[in-house]
Design a protein around this ligand. Structure first.
Ligand code: GTP
Length: 403
């Protein structure tokens, strides 16, 4: 293909396209932002506490202790909670996708399966919307990041952790975190982090790492390096406030003092929040769209729309694998049905909002019309009371033109 030469030109005066970033900024502010965050980890590792701590609000409602019954689910469930939050006029629709039951059964061998099915069905739903004739209102339910909670054992990763990450790393931005790190000493955390990183490398697992780009300024490079150094993040979650040296801090109280959530010397919470919310939220979404989703889409097309097994279309998969694929397909179908329902609700809501706005405009128009009529009538009433003519005909009559 012929290359078109690009020539650098100097402008003779102000044109105005330097305002482009502001246009994007204004449009984004108006539209609002959205982010879909998945949390995975054994029960009681502090998932809901961390989400509430990250967004400094109770996204998760207070828990009601339920007695275990015979109806306790036997598989991993997928539940989504959405919240509209706002900070300095910027709106964020946050959806947290929880996976209760993960790692809680006697046999957890297949715990990753329903979670992978849920992630892929969200990709499928996006793909299906992209293929529609009308692509105006695409609802993006794709999972943009997955916080994976590692139990603070201080040893190394469990087989369940490795299996989960190995199966999921090509489908979602994996962010491993060491849960409840206040239960480990600094030395234990250091060793534990190294073992986790070794296990991740040995199993060829790709976790999400912020990129350093050519052209990044020195400050950005420094910030990114500081985030990278802390991976996997050793976190402490708490929304409880205590007073330390006359200042209110969020933390966990021990007989010897308070472990502060927002203190970088105490844990990696601040760096995790910085990456997830303050500096890399858009990059996580972009990576989901341009790399993970694109990869899935290509594999899906190559497999002729059939199931994608371990990242490869495998027409000669063993019967056992077929059975599993069938089960995964059923789980995915169930997820898809849930998603279609969610989408329909979202579309309906958008339509209702539109008709509400139209009704409001009509109402305003009618009100203005009535007001005009009222003013007119009032003027006529006054004219009659004062014996003045109220119409052009009467005026003419009065002036003697009509006899
Ligand atoms: P499930 O809903 O059962 O999956 O639990 P979860 O993972 O959402 O855990 P949750 O946030 O409910 O926390 C469980 C318990 O751990 C609560 O008593 C929390 O107060 C406590 N907890 C949460 N985060 C931390 C932490 O960072 N350190 C310590 N020591 N305890 C924590």
């Amino acid at each position: 293909m012929m290359q078109i030469p690009v020539v650098k030109k100097q402008l003779n005066g102000y044109v105005g396209f330097s305002n482009l970033p502001n246009q994007v900024h204004r449009k984004s502010i108006k539209k609002g932002f959205f982010f879909n965050l998945m949390v995975v980890g054994e029960s009681g590792l502090g998932k809901s506490t961390l989400v509430n701590t990250l967004f400094n609000t109770s996204i998760y409602p207070a828990k009601v202790e339920v007695e275990p019954t015979v109806d306790t689910p036997k598989t991993v469930d997928i539940q989504a909670i959405s919240a509209d939050i706002e900070e300095s006029g910027v709106k964020l629709k946050l959806t947290v996708i929880d996976t209760p039951g993960f790692g809680d059964f006697v046999n957890n061998e297949d715990s990753w399966r329903p979670i992978l099915a849920a992630i892929e069905s969200r990709f499928d739903s996006y793909l299906e919307q992209e293929n529609r004739v009308n692509r105006k209102r695409i609802v993006d339910n794709r999972v943009h990041a997955c916080l994976y909670f590692i139990a603070p054992t201080g040893h190394s990763l469990k087989p369940l952790d490795i299996e989960f990450m190995r199966r999921l790393h090509q489908r979602v931005n994996l962010i491993p975190v060491i849960a409840k790190s206040d239960t480990l000493t600094d030395e234990e955390i250091k060793l534990f982090k190294q073992r986790i990183l070794d296990d991740i490398a040995a199993n060829k697992i790709e976790i999400y790492k912020p990129q350093i780009y050519e052209g990044d300024d020195a400050e950005t490079i420094d910030e990114t390096k500081k985030i990278l150094e802390r991976i996997p993040f050793a976190i402490v979650g708490s929304t409880q406030e205590y007073e330390v040296n006359g200042k209110k801090v969020r933390g966990r109280k021990y007989p010897w003092g308070v472990i502060e959530v927002d203190n970088e010397d105490h844990c990696d919470f601040v760096k995790l929040r910085q990456m997830l919310i303050r500096t890399h939220m858009e990059e996580l979404k972009e990576h989901t769209n341009q790399v993970l989703y694109e990869q899935y889409r290509t594999q899906k097309i190559l497999s002729g729309g059939g199931p994608v097994i371990d990242g490869n279309p495998d027409p000669f998969a063993k019967l056992d694998e077929e059975k599993r694929a069938h089960e995964a397909k059923m789980a995915k179908m169930e997820q898809e049905m849930k998603l279609v329902f969610q989408q329909k609700v979202a579309e309906k809501e958008a339509k209702l909002k539109q008709s509400e706005e139209e009704l409001y405009a009509k109402h305003r128009e009618m009100k203005e019309q009535l007001e005009r009529q009222r003013v007119e009538l009032e003027a006529r009433r006054k004219a009659i009371a004062e014996g003045r003519p109220t119409s052009p005909e009467q005026k003419k009559k009065k002036s003697g033109l009509f006899k």
